[in-house]
Design a protein around this ligand. Structure first.
Ligand SMILES: Cc1cc2nc3c(=O)[nH]c(=O)nc-3n(C[C@H](O)[C@H](O)[C@H](O)COP(=O)(O)OP(=O)(O)OC[C@H]3O[C@@H](n4cnc5c(N)ncnc54)[C@H](O)[C@@H]3O)c2cc1C
Length: 568
């Protein structure tokens, strides 16, 4: 081939690849492009509040699907570092966050006040308290781009809640204003220091010691092994009071300020930062307390019970975050399936791809429904409504357990839909996969959270409450066939029976299976109810797929699918 021919061929090849670039979803508005979310918000929120919040959802959708997504990629590539000294040689510890991370903090904390929204009644131009769904829906949009930052965000929100609930009036009056400040430079964040080397799932092994001081404060000595947001303004810390009983009853809860009243840094050192698989934008480290000043929160010896409220709040937030990450994964996969062609066809028209897309959509929509249901139960429970607390106590570990596990698979399988590019770090897929794996580990591993479902059933009597609640939803669901109604009723009865068996003395090995069954039945019924209220046939179809594919037995040698009598 002559040199001229070669140049022409190269030009042709370049023109051809430029004409067929790999599809890139680029910047999108996470809110306006998500019709199902809009329908659900209209269903779950009072009409006037929903109308008022439209511009806020749109703005968050635009930011999250645009600038935040760019910042998230940047911050993930540039994790925070720990500075041990100032440039003049002063022993000042500082976590240096990448500017992209700080920009995201401004959106979350300042522009939308996501950490303060549940504790103030003047947020987003609205007079009065807003239901928890607002906070979770806005964060659901945000987390589709940035997961790491949502941990400090949730800890700040949860710490504030716990402080208000159990803290002495004087302590609350002193510290609450900085936690609720909307001015970015004066607002502080929260953290939670529970885990020690010997005390992870089993908190009763806590070794950190607390010694009372004459002025009413305490001094803490010990190490905490996993501390996300370790330089936060305040940490909630578990420690053992000298002379107290062994085990869980000897553990108390303390508020640990980063800065003391005289402006000096409190006596604890950030020993190092962890080199993490995911949440790389956000700092997690280890701390050593050497006489750190702290304040008792609530009753001595009830530390674990009190921090459980904070942990449960974080668990719900974790479930919501997994739902958000799954939504992002599905939206990316649907986009690729529409825009990418192979063998002369769009991917979305290929029979195998259709099945794979549904396998992604089903768990993603289940989790989304569960977020709305659990957040609504939280609002009712905080308002002191009847059985709402017992309902919340079981829905929370159910969403944390199942949605976080599902997010691992959904993000991984969505990555495959993008083909080879899905494995390349300049796309969102690898970050989603890395981040999604953490949801099942922190704030209680899958086993521990499944065991909490058992605790809710045994201690709070949550099972009949859940069953009654779901029967109520079913009763309020019109427009489904009698056969499908019966299938939902039978499935729920089966899941309840399994859960009853799992909480018996010899049933522990069934706890995860029972939690999965309860989650699947809860979501299938709630999705059918939502479908009837919003008129979404797609939601009803997905509800039926939950029962057909995730609840009922399937013969691997036969074609699956939804029974015809459920549909018409
Ligand atoms: C990135 C990251 C950030 C974190 N940030 C924080 C933080 O800010 N604050 C904080 O306090 N902690 C934090 N953690 C700690 C986290 O919450 C713990 O790692 C988690 O609770 C598990 O504890 P562990 O690591 O000691 O594991 P272990 O408790 O040793 O568990 C090991 C395994 O044993 C299983 N297991 C334990 N008990 C049972 C049982 N009864 N039945 C069946 N199986 C069981 C667990 O499921 C797990 O699979 C963080 C962790 C990570 C990875």
């Amino acid at each position: 081939m002559s040199a001229t021919d070669q140049t022409q061929m190269t030009a042709l090849a370049q023109a051809s690849s430029a004409a067929h670039p790999v599809p890139d979803r680029g910047h999108v508005n996470n809110y306006t492009e998500d019709k199902e979310l809009q329908q659900l918000l209209a269903l779950y929120l009072p009409a006037d509040l929903y109308a008022h919040l439209q511009p806020y959802f749109e703005r968050m959708g635009e930011l999250a699907g645009g600038a935040v997504d760019d910042w998230a990629l940047e911050a993930d590539r540039n994790p925070p570092t720990l500075e041990m000294r100032s440039r003049s040689g002063k022993e000042v510890q500082r976590i240096v966050k990448h500017p992209a991370y700080v920009e995201m903090e401004k959106v979350a904390y300042q522009q939308f006040g996501l950490a303060a929204i549940s504790h103030r009644d003047d947020m987003l131009g609205w007079k009065g308290k807003m239901p928890a769904i607002v906070k979770y829906a806005l964060t659901y949009l945000f987390v589709q781009s940035e997961f790491g930052l949502c941990c400090p965000l949730s800890m700040t929100d949860s710490l504030t809640r716990t402080l208000k609930k159990y803290g002495e009036e004087k302590l609350v009056a002193k510290y609450l204003p900085t936690l609720l400040a909307m001015d970015f430079d004066s607002a502080v964040q929260g953290s939670m220091f529970m885990t020690e080397q010997a005390a992870g799932s089993d908190i009763s092994n806590t070794l950190t010691m607390a010694y009372p001081q004459e002025d009413g404060s305490w001094r803490l000595y010990g190490e905490k092994w996993f501390c996300s947001n370790p330089d936060a303004g305040f940490g909630m810390v578990l420690a053992r009071v000298e002379g107290g009983p062994p085990g869980m009853k000897g553990i108390s809860l303390f508020l640990l300020p980063r800065t003391l009243d005289d402006g000096s840094t409190n006596h604890y050192t950030i020993v190092r930062l962890k080199d993490k698989m995911g949440t790389r934008s956000m700092a997690s480290g280890e701390i050593r307390m050497e006489g750190a000043v702290a304040y008792l929160v609530g009753e001595q010896g009830r530390g674990f019970v009190q921090i459980a409220d904070m942990v449960n709040n974080s668990r719900l937030s974790n479930g919501m975050r997994s739902a958000g990450m799954m939504r992002r994964a599905v939206a990316e996969a649907e986009f690729i399936a529409r825009e990418r062609w192979a063998f002369g066809k769009q991917l979305q028209d290929m029979p195998l791809m259709k099945v794979q897309l549904d396998k992604l959509r089903v768990p993603a929509e289940q989790a989304r429904t569960m977020v709305f249901q659990t957040a609504a139960a939280l609002t009712r429970s905080d308002a002191g409504e009847g059985n709402a607390y017992a309902l919340l106590r079981i829905l929370t570990p159910l969403i944390k357990f199942r949605a976080c596990r599902d997010a691992r698979k959904v993000t991984g399988d969505a990555m495959e839909v993008r083909g080879g590019c899905g494995y390349i770090e300049e796309w969102a897929d690898p970050r989603l996969v890395r981040d999604a794996h953490l949801g099942s580990i922190w704030e209680g591993t899958s086993n521990i959270v499944a065991l909490d479902v058992k605790r809710a059933i045994k201690r709070e009597g949550s099972l009949p409450v859940l069953q009654d609640y779901l029967h109520g939803l079913l009763k309020d669901t019109q427009g489904i066939t009698a056969a499908y109604r019966q299938a939902l009723t039978n499935a729920l009865a089966g899941a309840v029976q399994l859960a009853e068996r799992a909480v018996q003395d010899d049933g522990e090995k069934l706890v995860r299976q029972a939690a999965t069954a309860l989650y699947n039945c809860t979501t299938a019924i709630a999705m059918a109810w939502e479908a009837c209220k919003t008129g979404s046939q797609e939601r009803l179809r997905l509800s039926q797929l939950v029962i057909a594919h995730r609840v009922l037995p399937r013969d691997p040698l036969n074609e699956g699918g939804v029974p015809a009598e459920w549909v018409s």
